[in-house]
Write a protein that binds this ligand. Structure first.
Ligand code: KG4
Ligand code: ZN
Length: 335
């Protein structure tokens, strides 16, 4: 089954063709990064307008890259939730129109679950495992028993991990996207230069939760201190010290989850799973086996949508033409 996957939940406009949920025939990703750079973040209105302009060209390029035509496509999978409402609506409406005109099935896919599916495109991974989703919008540690069976063990109580990277980078003017800039600067910084605090949330059954807001504020306050002292901020040291704390916090919760659940397979996904420190720490976690997506599949892409969509389509799931988008998944611990 050849599935055409569409991803437009944020600022990447992506269309991919994937065979049998596994073989990537093409994965065209048109990024809007340069166009959002002046605002240090994604401007929703701009994002949806660009998706409207780009989507058909991206679809055409994806088919050409795969050496296929529309008549070769068996089904359509498209991100329907969560994400920026306007952006989601472009992809879902386009997917519906495409499936309807070709007379083929369409299924709406959850973007967060798809991030965790990304490593399955490249590796044979058995269930159950501990899933770690770290992106600009989500930070979750889950028990995963199947492609659609996930129990959220821990999540962030405030900012997402990637969001904290982006906000720190914005205040220090380090570049955009913040995570990429901080990861690069941290390579030549001293991670012991600043001892930023990390919280320990464990009360009331929230032992796997994380909180990035306090760490982010402490790092930003340090900038105020630099200014008050007339000192120049050592951005490499700031980046290294912040990154160490941000990843340490996550690793602490992962270690606890491994200990308590007995799960020794760990699968990571989402934009922050490209972080070099995270990849190193998780790969070196004693007694566990870690799977990451390749760097090109960590961020938003159509291949993960087509890949996960295949499994829903194969079991007979179909989305009706009145399928709706959802910006958020209701409930703090729901996925
Ligand atoms: O998964 P993604 O592309 O979009 C969302 O679904 O949010 O993730 C984007 C996030 C951004 O916050 C970006 O700064 C972060 O992933 N990111 C990184 C790295 N590369 C991207 N964070 C830390 N280190 C990186 N190397
Ligand atoms: Zn994402």
């Amino acid at each position: 089954m050849i599935v055409l996957g569409i991803e437009t939940s944020c600022d990447e406009c992506s269309v991919a063709l994937v065979e049998d949920g596994r073989k990537i025939l093409s994965n065209e990703i048109a990024t809007q990064i340069e166009l959002h750079k002046p605002w240090y973040g994604v401007v929703p209105e701009i994002a949806s307008r660009l998706h409207v302009q780009w989507i058909d060209g991206v679809r055409e390029k994806a088919l050409a890259d795969a050496g296929l035509s529309l008549s070769d496509v068996d089904s359509v999978a498209v991100t329907a939730r969560p994400g920026l409402m306007g952006s989601l609506m472009v992809g879902l409406s386009y997917g519906k129109g495409l499936a309807w005109s070709l007379g083929i099935p369409m299924v709406g896919v959850n973007h967060v679950k798809a991030h965790l599916y990304a490593p399955h495109l490249e590796y044979d991974i058995e269930y159950p495992y501990l899933g770690v989703i770290v992106s600009g919008g989500h930070t979750m540690i889950c028990r995963v028993d199947g492609f659609d069976e996930m129990e959220v063990l821990g999540t962030t109580v405030d900012d997402a991990c990637g969001e904290a990277f982006d906000k720190v980078a914005k205040f220090y003017d380090l570049g955009y996207p913040g995570g990429v800039a901080i990861d690069k600067l941290a390579q030549s910084g001293d991670d012991r230069a600043f001892n930023f605090p990390i919280p320990n949330l464990h009360k009331g059954g929230h032992e796997y939760d994380v909180s990035y807001s306090g760490l982010k504020t402490a790092v930003i306050n340090q900038l105020e201190q630099f200014r008050a002292e007339g000192a120049e901020a050592s951005v490499e040291n700031i980046a290294a010290s912040f990154q160490k704390r941000a990843i340490d916090m996550l690793m602490k919760k992962i270690k606890l989850a491994v200990k308590n659940t007995g799960l020794t397979r760990i699968v990571a996904g989402g934009g922050v799973s490209a972080n070099s420190r995270f990849r190193k720490c998780l790969s070196e976690l004693h007694g566990t086996e870690a799977f990451f997506p390749s760097l090109s599949l960590c961020g938003d892409n159509g291949a993960m949508i087509a890949g996960l969509g295949y499994h829903y389509l194969e079991r007979g799931d179909r989305s009706p033409l009145n399928e709706s988008t959802r910006a958020r998944i209701k409930g703090y611990r729901n996925i």
